[in-house]
Design a protein around this ligand. Structure first.
Ligand SMILES: NC(=O)c1ccc[n+]([C@@H]2O[C@H](COP(=O)([O-])OP(=O)(O)OC[C@H]3O[C@@H](n4cnc5c(N)ncnc54)[C@H](O)[C@@H]3O)[C@@H](O)[C@H]2O)c1
Length: 286
């Protein structure tokens, strides 16, 4: 597919639909990494679907921007911003406590705070490697553990949805920490689904394809690294990746938010221990 045929370059391409406004009415959610990119998009989508959302991120200023966006579409009561480092167990526990205090409980948890330090194996410094494991694995573990504790205590079930990646299914070149941690998240969801099923808690993963809009992972340096990897110019990177999808469609944060909102709803009540791939058909066409 040529770059011109891909819908991301088509200014008339329709935006993703908004979720039904009552889909998650009465539900309380907590989203990590809510200050940017997919975490922000998912938090906004859940709020548009009627949920109240605790926004967790290490970046307070970014959280303010997400909170303001949600206040505009769903009202100021729809969210609560909590600054916390997802790798710090005390801070994570504190964030959940604040969410439960504010909303009277918790029904949905979406760990999304993640990083993607990209280096070839022989050049990979151990610092960024360890940081990726801490944020992408320990951070997801701490959030899921806290969510499970709250949900079991409440006795009304719940849903935990881990934001993994298609790179957890099909390895990206020169991206081993990301590949390993995203595959790890998918397998964590499967094991936790077995453990938490008896309590009525569903645990699933979503595996988005590349989502450029609003993402700080897709910063200028990362795009340059991808361009070098593929032997193309930086401005060709987005069309290149869109061209790898069967649909030739640029995935928006709202697309992933819609999948998460549906998966969190009772329409998906039989789904647990699964990975829902939302990549516009990239992994399947290989
Ligand atoms: N953008 C993509 O193409 C893509 C595709 C598939 C999956 N994902 C996944 O989506 C998630 C978000 O990716 P993104 O591209 O939107 O990234 P992003 O960098 O735009 O957002 C990540 C957010 O996580 C926060 N964060 C980082 N470390 C933290 C910590 N220790 N504690 C609390 N918050 C922390 C950052 O401040 C930032 O707001 C990641 O888990 C990523 O693997 C992204």
């Amino acid at each position: 597919m040529s770059a011109a045929e891909s819908k991301n370059l088509d200014p008339k391409a329709p935006p993703p639909p908004a979720p039904p406004p009552d889909l998650l009415r009465g539900k309380a959610a907590l989203v990590t990494g809510a200050g940017s990119g997919l975490g922000r998009g998912i938090a906004e989508g859940l709020a548009r679907a009627g949920a109240r959302v605790a926004l967790v991120d290490i970046d307070l200023e970014a959280l303010g921007e997400t909170g303001a966006a949600i206040a505009r579409t769903a009202g100021a009561d729809a969210c609560l911003a909590v600054k916390a480092d997802v790798t710090d167990e005390t801070q994570v526990a504190g964030a959940f406590r604040q969410a439960v205090d504010a909303f009277g409980g918790l029904d949905l948890c979406v760990p999304a705070a993640g990083i993607a330090p990209a280096f070839p194996l022989v050049d990979f410094p151990v610092g960024p490697w360890r940081q990726a494991l801490e944020i992408n694995l320990t951070g997801y573990f701490l959030a899921a553990r806290e969510a499970a504790r709250v949900m079991i205590r409440q006795g009304r079930g719940g849903s935990i949805i881990l934001v993994a990646s298609k790179s957890g299914l099909e390895a990206s070149k020169a991206n081993s920490a990301y590949n390993a941690t995203k595959a790890g998240e998918i397998h964590l969801a499967r094991g936790w689904a077995l453990e938490l099923g008896p309590a009525g808690i569903r645990v699933n993963a979503v595996a988005p394809g590349n989502v450029f809009k609003g993402s700080k992972i897709w910063n200028e340096e990362y795009i340059k690294t991808c361009a070098r990897k593929r032997g193309i110019r930086p401005e060709e990177v987005i069309p290149y990746y869109v061209g790898l999808t069967a649909l030739g469609l640029e995935i928006q944060p709202e697309d992933v938010a819609n999948v998460v909102a549906w998966l969190a709803s009772d329409f998906a009540r039989t789904i647990t221990g699964q990975v829902i791939v939302c990549d516009a058909g990239q992994v399947c066409v290989r």
